[in-house]
Design a protein around this ligand. Sequence first.
Ligand SMILES: NC(=O)c1ccc[n+]([C@@H]2O[C@H](COP(=O)([O-])OP(=O)(O)OC[C@H]3O[C@@H](n4cnc5c(N)ncnc54)[C@H](O)[C@@H]3O)[C@@H](O)[C@H]2O)c1
Length: 260
Amino acid sequence: MKFTGQVAIVTGGGSGQGRATALLFAQEGAKVIVGDLNDKGAAETAHLINRQEGGQATAVKVNVTKADEVQGLIDTALAHYGRVDILINNAGATLFKGIEETSEAEWDRILDTNLKGVFLGCKSAIPAMRRSGGGSIVNIASVAGLIGMPQHFAYCAAKAGVIHLTKSLALDHGNENIRINCICPGGVLTPMLGEVIDVHNPAQIERVGKQHALGRIADPEEIARVSLFLCSPDASFMTGAAVTVDGGIAAGRMGHIHSR
Ligand SMILES: NC(=O)c1ccc[n+]([C@@H]2O[C@H](COP(=O)([O-])OP(=O)(O)OC[C@H]3O[C@@H](n4cnc5c(N)ncnc54)[C@H](O)[C@@H]3O)[C@@H](O)[C@H]2O)c1
């Protein structure tokens, strides 16, 4: 067990990659705070952990765009478990629209959820990590933060911001033994993908899968395992990294130019 005695906070832990991440950290011995705007989803994840042998989890309703609620999330971890070692800033929201159809409110929601939420999470967790002698933060960005995507400009801008926020904070806090990295996933089979395609239609899953060099989309656990690695001693010399876990989307354009 790699994380025995450690306390991990996962935002957006009530669904998809966040739930898979919370479950993996718990299996490796961490006590987990599951934060989500969807309190039912967070409670379900905590229940799945607590019914496992030795599992310890607490669900917290949190809106990551509100500073007082994010501080409350960290305070709950301190009150229940006495320390904060790991923060996975995973909560996110997507939008596929052109700029003329996108309202100011939609722009604010996408930037606030994906980028401001990461800012607030880091801001509240870093003082607690410093008191514990260090820590590890993983921000969930996206391959959309590395390359542009049609009708996806607000999300792409927010996730690109997450990557640079990560690199800058890594410089500021390395000397405090706080490592800060981010992950850029490609397509992952979660409810978020279901907002864009019909995930029950194999042809649509296959079409999105073919945009990846590996020819398929990811299972949430394949992303969660990278968060686990980044927070483990195996990644002890990693900080400020943007780890691409995208099945090859950002490696280049799929398809042949030549006709033979
Ligand atoms: N699914 C993909 O293909 C994909 C690809 C690249 C990156 N990502 C990123 O991965 C992360 C996890 O997404 P997922 O795919 O598991 O999607 P998901 O929709 O299953 O999970 C997102 C979770 O975030 C929560 N959330 C949304 N707004 C919130 C807020 N303001 N405060 C607190 N919680 C909030 C939701 O309630 C939900 O439980 C996101 O940051 C997403 O942008 C997803």
